[in-house]
Design a protein. Structure first.
Length: 415
């Protein structure tokens, strides 16, 4: 799998490739221009030499003075650093010649190569006006032309290196200017993701395209922030709703006490723990609820039940489970029970607190009362049903034993 590159690397490589292509193109163009210039200059130079030699030896050839002709061409050969100079008569006979010392094998090979690309050899008439005199043949040295070509190539190479260096510096600078804001935006994105800080914003970078990207990124952050706030609000609402549903599932709506389901679950849980302690179950009935509902209405009956529930809760410990089992019935789980003698004292305390007068409006007040029965674990029963039945029967016996049942929920009218 091909490894990914950073934006800075991609920009730098792209610009380097562009610069290299441009420099190579310029170098090739410069080299071709140098070659054409050297070629033209060489051809013109040899042509001028040929004309000059022909002008100097024209008279000697006309009078067939070979000695004078050799001296002239020898002088030109040495002065111009030529390989050879030949004088040919019109009938093809060699009239005079002059040669430099033989070249080394390496110099001969270089000369042969250069002769293939540059005009090192030329034949021209001795006199443009008298073609019948013959021709002059010149072969130039490659050293002077090589130095000229080398000078051109060195100049072009220096220009290419300078251009490439400057372009590389510019490419690096441009890469930093473009890559820095992108890298900053990348780090900001990572911090926002790790910290979930959607309130942060990308600063302007001074580059039109990057600023446009930052604006879109900031707009996206605003949307995410709004969605997150909405989700948090919905989560908060769902949490409250779940809490309300949970409360409704285990509490009585009228009194706020636990309901029958929770009471039975708490009793079963208490019985499932190791039986190395005592506990008590109280069964409580609010006396006279039906008479209050019939005489004063169900609102007064509900007020009576709420008052009994509140007074029960205040009379018991925080750890005791108090529940409305239904209608006018309440249940209490005392776990643990410090001493069984405490049950009777607690029952008297409950009856005293419940019996306090209860105003119900219009100058009317009720004097509530309750009938209480209890069962002690494990003395009276060892399971939930047995404890509840024993406490219920004790409550019923208590209710029947009251001398004046009609006073259980007695009320007094204003005087």
């Amino acid at each position: 799998m091909k490894s990914a590159r950073s934006l800075h690397q991609a920009l730098r490589r792209g610009m380097y490739a562009t610069v290299l292509g441009a420099v190579l193109t310029a170098g090739l163009g410069g080299g071709l221009t140098a070659y054409l210039a050297v070629h033209a200059q060489t051809a013109r130079h040899i042509d001028l030499l040929a004309r000059s030699i022909g002008y100097q030896v024209e008279v000697a050839v006309a009078f067939r003075d070979a000695q004078t002709a050799r001296e002239v061409i020898r002088e030109v050969l040495v002065r111009e650093d030529l390989v050879r100079v030949n004088l040919w008569l019109a009938d093809g006979v060699l009239f005079a010649e002059a040669r430099n010392a033989p070249q080394s094998a390496w110099a001969a090979r270089v000369h042969a190569v250069m002769a293939g690309v540059l005009p090192l050899r030329i034949r021209a008439p001795l006199s443009p006006a008298r073609l019948e005199l013959g021709e002059v043949e010149i072969e130039a040295q490659v050293s002077a032309l090589g130095r000229l070509m080398l000078a051109y190539l060195v100049a072009i190479g220096a220009i290419m290196l300078t251009t490439g260096g400057v372009a590389a510096l510019l490419a690096r600078r441009v890469g930093r200017e473009i890559g820095r804001p992108i890298e900053s935006l990348r780090h900001l994105t990572r911090r926002i993701r790790n910290d979930r800080a959607f309130d942060r914003r990308a600063p302007p970078a001074g580059i039109v395209e990057v600023d446009a990207l930052s604006d879109d990124f900031n707009a996206l952050l605003e949307m995410v922030q709004a969605y997150e706030a909405e989700l948090l609000q919905r989560q908060h609402q769902l949490l409250h709703r779940n809490e309300a549903l949970s409360h409704e599932a285990f509490h009585d709506q009228l009194t706020g006490l636990f309901n029958r389901s929770h009471f039975h679950a708490a009793l079963a849980s208490a019985l499932a723990r190791p039986a190395d302690r005592e506990m008590a179950v109280l069964f409580i009935d609010a006396d006279g609820l039906k008479q209050v509902n019939d005489q004063y209405g169900h609102a007064a009956g509900d007020q009576l039940l709420q008052a009994v529930a509140l007074r029960l809760r205040r009379a018991l410990r925080e750890s005791d489970v108090v529940a409305r089992l239904g209608g006018d019935e309440f249940g209490v789980l005392l776990d643990p029970l410090p001493r069984r003698e405490h049950v009777a004292a607690l029952v008297r305390k409950i009856q005293e607190q419940v019996s306090a007068p209860l105003p119900i409006g219009d100058g009317l007040e009720l004097k509530p009362s309750v009938s209480i029965g209890w069962a002690i674990y494990p003395e009276d029963a060892s399971d939930a049903d047995g404890l509840l039945q024993h406490a219920d029967q004790a409550m019923y016996d208590n209710k029947c034993s009251k001398r004046r049942p009609s006073s259980a929920a007695a009320h007094t009218l204003p005087q």
